[in-house]
Ligand binder design. Sequence first.
Ligand code: ATP
Ligand code: MG
Ligand code: MG
Ligand code: MG
Length: 475
Amino acid sequence: MKTTAEIRKSFLDFFHSKGHQIVESSSLVPHNDPTLLFTNAGMNQFKDVFLGMDKRPYSRATTAQRCVRAGGKHNDLENVGYTARHHTFFEMLGNFSFGDYFKQDAIKFGWEFLTSPQWLGLPKEKLWVTVYQSDDEAYDIWHKEVGIPAERIIRIGDNKGAAYASDNFWQMGDTGPCGPCTEIFYDHGDHIWGGPPGSPEEDGDRYIEIWNIVFMQFNRQADGSMEKLPKPSVDTGMGLERISAVLQHVNSNYDIDIFQTLIAKVAALTGEKDLTNKSLRVIADHIRSCAYLIADGVIPSNEGRGYVLRRIIRRAVRHGHLLGAKGSFFYKLVPTLIDVMAEAGKQVKENQVTVERLLKLEEEQFARTLERGLTLLDEALMQVKGNVLSGEVAFKLYDTYGFPLDLTADVCRERNIGVDETGFEREMEAQRQRAQSASQFGADYSNVIRVDGSTEFEGYTESESLAKVTALFHD
Ligand code: ATP
Ligand code: MG
Ligand code: MG
Ligand code: MG
């Protein structure tokens, strides 16, 4: 059985053998792209190449790109713990053609890698594909050249209501390169609930999307119109953890080698005996995004990227509390994380001291108010009317106890209760009107450094900031 590290390597080797340059993963902090919160796909670092504004010495590339989808256009934070296939942090395996090959080779390379006995050797009959509604060319390649029977090729349009990516027109965000796509799904078997893509049961865990191949043809403008790209190109993305689940014969990403090791460590640290406890999965997921975000220079703060990071850390700490963790535990996962990530753990390993210390500081700080906040929330939940927690309570938790709104919502959701977000915003606005600062809660490292994604501050870059924080710890 292949380990996740071996699958990562196989992918890069395969595309290297097809003339692709192996390119390093870029940072999770997309430099020079104000439209993007975090790197959310392998194509991000090549955006300008697709647009014809940047040139590379190669026209084919392959990467294993670290991605975070928590906030921004592709946000999977709320899926973690609820689906078998979503993480906040994951690695996207990709192959790219910059005006070189197009639909035919893109499809054939993908198929060869997945099904050839020399490579992954997956059973062909378990693979399903979708194509963009009107894309007869892609349909014919799958049907006539690859030989997939019509029953397993599904046409999907962009009119399903969901704004992004659950249709067959991929886009990075509101603007930027985009185009029709074809997606490859794996059928995990009829013992699992779910239906093929496009069916009413598609949200089940039986048919899981493993690979998305995008035919990059347009550049979406701010007014929504689409301009043709200089050269038709290809961008693909396959979730490493999802293909690993397939090859390791498990249905859930959380049952692959990387996650099993992390989950066992969380269980050992918290004393949890039931290894299927959802909180274990959430924490194992969150340590990856938090450690990598810090390693890539994001510092917990009260705004922008730093606040997204702080929110994820606090969610993890709350789940640790739920498991009965005594004292700080979250940062203790870092060495295990570095181990399981193999080659891809380099970034965290190089910044291990800073990552661990920042996580520990954040955890200690939140621990001071977590318990009291949870008591208040518990009491409020017992008196809730109509299954919605009031905006006033959510705001008090935010303002006095440092509970980000999504953390409160996460607790409420476990009891099928919603949060009055409009009411929360109203309280927030009222406080702004009173001309007080947003929230004084939490260490703000901003007197030392400033990093965030939302202000005009033109100060230190993330790596300069990281260097400064690291220097503080070493003094
Ligand atoms: P889904 O429909 O399952 O949410 P997607 O269509 O949003 O996936 P893409 O934007 O097409 O995903 O990304 C390319 C590939 O990256 C997907 O086919 C999948 O294998 C993987 N992937 C996407 N989101 C995640 C995630 N949150 N966690 C793990 N892997 C992911
Ligand atoms: Mg998605
Ligand atoms: Mg999808
Ligand atoms: Mg997709």
